[in-house]
Structures are given as structure tokens and as C-alpha cells.
Design a protein around this ligand. Structure first.
Ligand code: ARG
Length: 466
């Protein structure tokens, strides 16, 4: 590159400066230690930009060739870990551009024509996030499949369903598993929706007002596989909505993982003893030899703090930021990278863990035998015999109180005992008082009856192609 572009501070932007940058400022403002993640996208974006410049007469064919070859060589060097990134060059964009200029000379110095780092970082970041959406969708599918496998394995087995963490009504284990399948299916949709909205190219918006050079934005958008171009250059330059949307989707995924983790922690306690997580997925205590701890779900639960924190960080950065680009926006990258790493690792280990746990079905079934869990069924029975529901609720409440006082359960009461509470109760009541009868009577759409759960399972298996 010519010396006078470099004058003063020795920076690529140094022309108007008469003094060099303070070392402390270089250290404080550099982003190369994290935006290095973007190098492949940065190179692809530069190639597309150069190709478009050449098609529009800004670059000669030989210049384009030199740029494309130079960028490919740089990419190989970075791939091989042989590229030396320099902090004084601030970020991934400047490091690559400077290396290109050093390598090919004046043609390299033409690459940045009609481009700003503002649209450059936006196009890189969007391409990165697009790939992350795809990769997280794949991981979500692995978790969804794992749930379906578990649901199929335990189809027909029962456990208590809880509200307020109190035994409420008996349900199928498979129904509980498929509840998570639904959550992660919604997350998948959200991720694809986020991808769709972010998939418009910022390239060609330049600093923020567009460019006076003959740039063909549709051409670069197409080359980079975007569905189109963004509509307003000022909006584009300062926009990080897509990163916030991505993080809020990641947060939802991690919250779902965290709720599941909480249940696995509870269920693996001696108090519940519903699940056994295999030794390979647990850890021991450094002092208590008897311990086997569910550290993996605990860590996933704990890591939700990081993801929620990342979302909060971006919301706070963008709040009150005037149009258009402000350097504050550089701070939106690291939390996104941390969230990507956290959510991806959590999904991946959860998919594995689900294949390394076994439910203690005897214990789960046994837990449905106490707590008068078929009380609602008795009330429904009365409703079908024309008793107003509120009255039925009172009758059953008194029957439950009787059970509690006498250490009994509803299905064990004799017909004589039951008749004390309502003379409408007849012998056929026992059909609804049993756990199996209760579960399988719940045939409303989305209910826990065997028929409904089997149907839901078949739909899920079809969706996943398993
Ligand atoms: N590293 C910067 C970022 O991540 C790139 C854009 C810098 N633009 C500027 N005019 N200083 O946002």
C-alpha cells in the first residue's frame, strides 16, 4: 500500500492523524481476539464484493483475480494456524485487508472501495448467525429425537403429574417426555424464523448512507446466499435486532434445558428416585465417598445464567443508541459467541444424557398410588351423573379428607364408605378410580390417554423421520 495512506498513526485509516495510537487505546479497542471467528465470512464477503466491483467496472479482471487468489491464500494460512493476527490492526477485517495489500499491492488497496467496516461487520455477523441457526436446529433435532426414543421406550408406563410440585394427576411418562419435545419443536421454529428475518444482505450500505459508486447490492446478496437486500442503509448500519432475536431464541432453548435439568436433578435424588443417570454421566464427591452427583444437568441449569446474561447485555447495549453505527455495537459480538458455545454444548450433552438414563418405573408407578390422585376422576364421574361440578368437588373433597384421616386411598374405599359422601356413587366407580383407568380416560386432544400419546408419538416420529 502507498506510504501516504499509512501516514501519521501508521493505521489504514491514519491519513488525518499526526500521532500514533496509544498502546492502551489499541489494547482497549481491539476485537481481533474474538472477531477472528468471522474470518471465513469476511473473506467470502470480500470476494463477493470484489467480484461485484469488477462486474461494474471499478476493478479490472486481473485485479479481481489477484484479490480472489490473495484472499484464498490468506484463508489457507488462517486455516493452518499460520496467519499472524496483529492487535494494532484492531479487528479481523483490517487484519485480512492489510495482509492482502501486503501480499498483492495496489489491487488489494482497491478492495475496500464502496465499503465500510460497518456494512462489512454486519454482513459477516449475519452470515455467522445464519450458520449458527442451522447448527442449533440440528442439535435441537438430536434432542427432539432423543425424547421420542425415550417416550417410545416407556409408552404405557405411568408417573405422577405435578402442579405446584404436589402430586396432581397420573400421567404417562411418555406424555411428560413429549411435553419437552413440544418445547424444543417451538424453539426450532423460532430459530428458523429468526434465520429467515436476518437473511437480508447489509453489504453495499457502506458507512450508513449508501454509496455513490456503482454497487450492485443484489449481486453480492445473491453470491452470499441472502434472500435479498436490506431496505434502509441507516437502519442497516445500526441494526443488531437480528442478534437480539437470535439470543432471545437461544435463551428460550436454554430455559427449556434448564427446566428439564431441574427435573432430572430432583428425580435423581433419593427423595424421588425416579431416574438413574448412568455412572458415565455423573461425578463423585471429593470428600463423601457415597455420592453420585447429577453435575451435568446442574451445569446446564447454571449455564442458563450466561445465556440470559448475554441477552440482557445486548438489550442494554442497544437501548438508547442513536442512529447509526456506534462503536458500542462491537460489544454485541462476545455475548453472542458465548451464548452460541453454551447453548450448543448444552444441547449436545443433553442429547447424549437422555440416552444414558433409565427411569425407575416401579417407583414412578408406586408414587401414583398415594395422594388421592384420581380425585378429579371421581368428580368427573359425578358430573357425568348430573351432579353440578362445584357440588361434586365438595363431595370428593370430603372423601379425600376421610382418606387422609384414615390413611386410606380412594380406590381402596368400599362402596359403602364411598356412598357416605354421595348415594349416586355405584359399583362402576372403580373403573375411574384406578390409575390406569384415570390415565386412559383422558382422551381429549393433547391429553395423556394411551391413544392420544401414541398418536402424538407417531406424529413426532414422522416429523423426525425415525
Ligand atoms: N470491529 C468493529 C465492530 O465489530 C467493526 C466496525 C468498526 N467500524 C468503525 N467505524 N470503527 O463493530
Amino acid at each position: 500500500m502507498s506510504k501516504d495512506t499509512n501516514s501519521g498513526s501508521g493505521k489504514m485509516w491514519g491519513g488525518r492523524f499526526s500521532e500514533g495510537t496509544a498502546a492502551s487505546v489499541e489494547a482497549f479497542s481491539a476485537s481481533i481476539h474474538y472477531d477472528v471467528r468471522l474470518y471465513k465470512y469476511d473473506i467470502a464477503g470480500s470476494k463477493a464484493h470484489a467480484t461485484m466491483l469488477s462486474a461494474n467496472g471499478v476493478l479490472g479482471a486481473d485485479e479481481l483475480q489477484a484479490i480472489v487468489d490473495g484472499l484464498s491464500a490468506i484463508e489457507k494460512e488462517i486455516d493452518a494456524g499460520q496467519f499472524e493476527f496483529k492487535r494494532e490492526l484492531e479487528d479481523v477485517h483490517m487484519n485480512i485487508e492489510k495482509a492482502l495489500i501486503d501480499r498483492i499491492g495496489p489491487a488489494g488497496a482497491k478492495l475496500h472501495s464502496g465499503r465500510s467496516r460497518n456494512d462489512q461487520v454486519a454482513v459477516d455477523f449475519k452470515m455467522y448467525l445464519r450458520d449458527q441457526c442451522d447448527s442449533i436446529v440440528e442439535l435441537l433435532d438430536a434432542v427432539r429425537s432423543a425424547f421420542v426414543v425415550v417416550a417410545r421406550k416407556y409408552l404405557g408406563q405411568v408417573m405422577p403429574g405435578y402442579t405446584h410440585m404436589q402430586r396432581a394427576q397420573p400421567v404417562q411418562i411418555a406424555h411428560h417426555m413429549l411435553a419437552y419435545y413440544e418445547m424444543f419443536s417451538r424453539d426450532r421454529e423460532r430459530m428458523l424464523d429468526c434465520r429467515k428475518r436476518l437473511n437480508l444482505s447489509p453489504l453495499g450500505c457502506a458507512a450508513m448512507a449508501g454509496s455513490g459508486l456503482p454497487l450492485d447490492r443484489a449481486m453480492t446478496a445473491k453470491a452470499l446466499d441472502f434472500a435479498g437486500v436490506t431496505a434502509n442503509s441507516m437502519d442497516t448500519s445500526g441494526d443488531r435486532d437480528y442478534a437480539i432475536e437470535f439470543l432471545s431464541t437461544c435463551t428460550m432453548v436454554q430455559l427449556h434445558l434448564s427446566r428439564l435439568s431441574e427435573e432430572l436433578v430432583l428425580w435423581s435424588s433419593q427423595e424421588f428416585d425416579f431416574v438413574n443417570i448412568s455412572d458415565t454421566f455423573c461425578t463423585g464427591s471429593s470428600i463423601m465417598p457415597q455420592k453420585k452427583n447429577p453435575d451435568i444437568p446442574e451445569l446446564i441449569r447454571g449455564k442458563s445464567g450466561r445465556v440470559v446474561g448475554s441477552l440482557m447485555t445486548l438489550l442494554t447495549i442497544v437501548k438508547g443508541l442513536p442512529l447509526t453505527y456506534n462503536r458500542d455495537l462491537q460489544e454485541t459480538q462476545e455475548p453472542v459467541y458465548d451464548a452460541v458455545d453454551t447453548v450448543s454444548a448444552s444441547l449436545s450433552i443433553m442429547a447424549e444424557l437422555l440416552g444414558h438414563m433409565t427411569f425407575n418405573t416401579d417407583k414412578m408407578a408406586e408414587a401414583t398410588q398415594s395422594g388421592c390422585m384420581t380425585a378429579t376422576d371421581l368428580a368427573d364421574y359425578l358430573v357425568l351423573k348430573n351432579v353440578p361440578f362445584r357440588e361434586a368437588h365438595g363431595i370428593v373433597g370430603r372423601a379425600v379428607a376421610f382418606c387422609l384421616q384414615n390413611g386410606r386411598e380412594l380406590p381402596d374405599l368400599t362402596l359403602e364408605e364411598l356412598s357416605q359422601f354421595s348415594d349416586i356413587i355405584e359399583k362402576d366407580v372403580y373403573k375411574v378410580l384406578s390409575i390406569e383407568g384415570s390415565v386412559n380416560s383422558r382422551l381429549t386432544a393433547g391429553g395423556t390417554g394411551l391413544l392420544r400419546v401414541e398418536e402424538a408419538l407417531v406424529v413426532a416420529e414422522k416429523e423426525l423421520g425415525i
